[in-house]
Unconditional design. Structure first.
Lengths: 329, 254
């Protein structure tokens, strides 16, 4: 699961094409314009490679960290049906991490380096996973709406230019569509269940609404111009476009269940066809990205502990001279 | 031959032992999700956990057909003394060496148990045994390859694995705690009995461990209790956690 709130490096985006061979660059851009995919051994601008590594890496970390809030509910899932489904879902997310790390490795950064950058706090992951999953209903809302948001974003990115990433995303989207069905079914049972169940799901939805709105990234008027990244098909679609697509697909479904959303201004403008809403607090978003969210420290601490506990296993089996750069998709 | 009430009781007891083992170990193995030493192992443990919980469900369904409550009620409303699992499966996951050795000991026993049950006279169990045999083959392959790799990986890995083997061996023997119905199960052709199963298990795991370079404890006394509802302090907290949401409203549909 991954939103569109890709954290760019503004210093690097200013001079993306500096020092590149103009003839090779023109050929590269022509291939992308013609809809060709770029493969690991093809020529590519340094900044294309750097931005892709950063982006795929953030996506991979999001899958791994994203497994934590939901994973805590595997051992508490009520009944066999939910227990088996949630185990399979979280396993899928870890599998997505594996696919994505292997896609990023084709660009020259090892999984080990990426993991080290994650636990040292140097690399980012999707902000949404820095919020707690307080009740079972939170896990249902995450599986439905966060996965839905991720599909909107990942479907767009699967039309991007880097072959291994696009193919990984196609596989991921196919699996996420099952997650979404699971999450929706789960929310339906809660929303149409006992008063207690209904209260749980409404409470979870109200708490998750702002993180969901944040999930797609700051409004276009606030985000750094990334014209070159769009031309290179590294970034596909704007944050606002993704958010609109999501609202259009899911707000009516939420309202259909008799659930409410904590934004009195949320409505579709029938003339423009666009959704209007109260801007979520972007200062909070920045704070959370910079490490001050409710769970940032806990998430990294858990990940760090897992890495430390597993070190002896890796040391015993990894061969230092071996290279693992074959894309899995 | 005609089944008496005691035969049915023995069959139910056997099914409960197997189902409870699978549920509790599946639950424990799922605790590695997101926390494994490498992603591939995370995925492997989760996959095996799903097989185990799925297998336990199939066995609880057979019990339901024999007149017991439905699987969710049976799994999510009993207390520890009502569980028939062996104690080995209820221990916390510990370090990876502990989980791997438990996985090795348990899955070889499970594979042999289902192998034997492909010849049980009770047809519903015979059918699931044939199906599960295929799934468990991959679990034992996974366990074997890891026990072998870590015996030859590093000094630390070999020491850790050997320690876990020593620690777990008496608990592993506890898997074969005799039931009160051994005679009935054997005479009716329902099951070969725990003693015969233990012998097959020893004949399998001891040569494997020795071939990897481990030593096998020779003086281990089996730790019994679990099959009769006597458990360690770890089972009830596991059940409290597992049933936390279910208990919010047991009449609700989740």
């Amino acid at each position: 699961m991954y939103g569109n709130a890709y954290v760019e490096n503004p210093a690097a985006t200013n001079s993306l094409t500096a020092n590149e061979d103009p003839i090779k660059l023109a050929e590269f851009e022509a291939r992308i314009a013609a809809g060709e995919k770029i493969e690991p051994n093809d020529w590519m601008p340094e900044q294309y490679k750097k931005q892709l590594i950063r982006m795929i890496e953030q996506h991979a970390h999001s899958e791994i960290i994203g497994a934590l809030p939901e994973g805590t509910w595997i051992t508490r899932a009520p009944g066999f049906r939910r227990k088996l489904a949630l185990m399979a879902k979280v396993q899928d997310e870890i599998g997505h991490g594996q696919l994505l790390y292997s896609a990023a490795e084709t660009l020259g950064k090892s999984r080990e380096d990426m993991t080290n950058d994650l636990i040292s706090g140097k690399s980012k992951y999707s902000n949404v996973f820095n919020y707690p999953a307080k009740t079972w209903a939170d896990s249902a809302v995450i599986a439905w709406l966060i996965d839905a948001g991720a599909i909107v974003n990942q479907l767009a990115n699967s039309k991007g230019s880097y072959g291994p990433y696009c193919r990984a995303l196609e596989r991921i989207c196919a699996e996420e569509s099952f997650h979404l069905k699971y999450g929706h079914d789960n929310v339906v049972f809660l929303a149409t269940g006992t008063p207690k169940q209904r209260e749980m799901v409404q409470d979870a939805l109200s708490r998750w609404w702002e993180p969901i709105m944040h999930f797609f990234g700051p409004p276009d008027k606030m985000s750094v111009h990334t014209e070159v990244l769009m031309r290179w098909k590294v970034k596909m679609g704007t944050n606002d476009d993704m958010r609109q697509t999501f609202l259009d697909m899911y707000v009516p479904k939420i309202w259909d269940l008799g659930l409410t959303l904590p934004d009195p201004n949320l409505k579709k403008n029938e003339e423009t066809g666009k959704w209007e809403y109260t801007e979520p607090n972007w200062e909070v978003f920045k704070q959370v990205i910079n490490g001050n969210g409710p769970c940032n420290k806990e998430r990294l601490a858990v990940r760090r502990k897992a890495e430390e506990k597993g070190r002896w296993v890796r040391n015993a089996i990894l061969r230092k001279d071996a290279k693992y750069v074959t894309p899995l998709a | 031959m005609e089944f008496t009430e005691k035969h049915v009781e023995g069959l139910k007891d056997l099914l409960y032992r197997m189902a409870d083992d699978l549920l509790i170990l599946g639950h424990r193995n799922s605790e590695w999700t997101g926390l494994g030493p490498i992603l591939e192992e995370d995925i492997a443990f989760s996959s095996m956990a799903q097989d185990k919980v799925g297998q336990s469900l199939a066995l609880y369904e057979i019990l339901h057909e024999l007149g017991e409550s439905d699987p969710d009620t049976v799994a999510f409303t009993r207390n520890d003394f009502q569980f028939h699992n062996c104690q080995m499966v209820e221990f916390p996951i510990g370090e990876y060496d502990f989980s791997l050795v438990r996985h090795f000991f348990y899955d070889h026993a499970d594979a042999l148990r289902f192998e034997a049950l492909t010849e049980t006279v009770f047809e519903p169990l015979q059918m699931v045994a044939k199906k599960f045999k295929g799934e468990i083959k991959y679990h034992t392959m996974h366990a074997n390859s890891w026990l072998k790799q870590l015996a030859n990986g590093s000094e630390e890995s070999k020491i850790r694995m050997q320690q876990s083997i020593n620690e777990l061996f008496p608990h592993a023997l506890g898997m074969f705690e005799p039931s009160n119905f051994e005679q009935e199960l054997m005479e009716s052709g329902l099951f070969i009995g725990e003693a015969a199963l233990q012998q097959r298990w020893l004949d399998t795991v001891v040569p494997l461990l020795e071939s990897y370079g481990y030593t096998v404890p020779t003086d281990a006394a089996p730790l019994f209790g679990g099959r009769k509802g006597v458990h360690t302090e770890y089972l009830q907290p596991l059940l409290d956690e597992m049933t936390e949401v279910f208990r919010i409203d047991p009449s609700a549909e989740w």
